[in-house]
Design a protein. Structure first.
Length: 68
């Protein structure tokens, strides 16, 4: 498990941070999708930027569909 920070962004400013332990980047992105209904969510693994998720983004593939 790795430490991820999900930053909720409104009007260009971080309004809240949620810390999560996730198995990998896709798990963290799944968590971000749940939070992005009303906010933009930026996902970081420690200090590494992973992604920016906006409302209306397509769902991620299920865990069973992952390669590798």
């Amino acid at each position: 498990m790795a430490h991820y920070t999900l930053s909720l962004i409104r009007d260009g400013e971080a309004i809240r941070q949620v810390n999560r332990e996730c198995g990998d980047d896709l798990d963290a992105l799944d968590a971000a999708l749940l939070l992005c209904r009303d906010h933009v969510v930026e996902v970081y693994a420690e200090s590494r930027f992973v992604a920016r998720i906006e409302a209306g983004e397509e769902p991620l593939p299920s865990k069973g569909a992952r390669s590798g």
